[in-house]
Design a protein. Structure first.
Length: 278
């Protein structure tokens, strides 16, 4: 019988004969209410039925929820088997080892040998990768398969399940590197990466838009040229001030005409029109 089938047969045997009401540790039982224990046992039985039907993802989910409510070693042992069947080898190894630590003497006597055998097969399948990353800044974030990686893990072997993996390095809100890699069963490899240099981008601000208010030209209200001046005032300044240079020229011409007439003794040259007296 090959290894996966042997493991499945071993797990099914454990599922069939593991008593659903096996006692938990006294401390765990004291901290779990009766209603939570009943729910945990119901979930455990759901997991057993799913495992017998080889619906391993469903079985793993039921055992996980049952163990979270009522952490019995027997549930943990079955959870480990479902984790292995769904490719979660690292988690399965941890669960089996926790069972050996937490189980009662009777449970270790009944299942210890089978679990040690299962662990041997799992450890041979687990892959290991050593991540080496050059060019990291102190604030850079490294993620492995979507989880934050402790910087102390860099340069050391990390146990990983066979299959696809991904390293993502981010700085502030920018992803600097996104590197997928694949591991085979039992493979040991080194993943060497270098963070690309990031050229600081100079952001040129847009020119400020100054709101311009259209200013209407000043409205000059000219006095009515035909307005009668006050009594006794000389009308010439009113005409000059009111209508501008054109009228000034006319006024000058008029004055020149007056002066010329006066220079001739008050007589106008022949053919001349009499001056206009304002």
């Amino acid at each position: 019988m090959d290894r996966p089938l042997a493991t499945a047969a071993l797990l099914l045997a454990l599922l069939v004969f593991a008593p659903a009401g096996a006692p938990a540790h006294a401390q765990d039982a004291a901290e779990t209410s009766p209603s939570m224990q009943r729910t945990a046992r119901s979930l455990y039985e759901d997991g057993v039925r799913a495992a017998r039907a080889r619906r391993w993802p469903e079985a793993r989910g039921a055992f996980e929820r049952s163990y979270a409510l009522y952490p019995r070693p027997i549930t943990l042992m079955n959870l480990a088997g479902a984790q292995r069947q769904t490719g979660r080898l690292v988690a399965a190894s941890e669960s089996y080892r926790r069972f050996l630590r937490d189980a009662s003497e009777r449970e270790r006597r009944d299942y210890g040998a089978a679990i040690e055998s299962a662990l041997g097969g799992i450890d041979a399948q687990i892959a290991h990768a050593t991540l080496r990353i050059e060019g990291l800044d102190p604030g850079d974030r490294v993620q492995l398969d979507g989880e934050a990686l402790d910087p102390r893990a860099l340069g050391t072997e990390i146990a990983l399940d066979p299959g696809e993996h991904r390293v993502v390095i981010a700085r502030t809100e920018q992803t600097l590197l996104d590197h997928p890699f694949t591991l085979r069963e039992g493979e040991r490899t080194e993943v060497a990466l270098e963070v690309p240099r990031v050229v600081a981008r100079v952001v040129v601000p847009e020119p400020a838009v100054v709101a311009q208010t259209a200013v209407a030209p000043p409205v000059t209200t000219e006095p009515d040229l035909h307005t009668e001046p006050p009594s006794g005032d000389d009308p010439t300044p009113w005409i000059v001030v009111g209508v501008g240079a054109g009228v000034v020229a006319i006024g000058v011409a008029i004055l020149v005409g007056v002066l010329v007439a006066e220079g001739n003794g008050g007589e106008l040259p022949q053919g001349s029109e009499p001056p206009i007296r304002l």
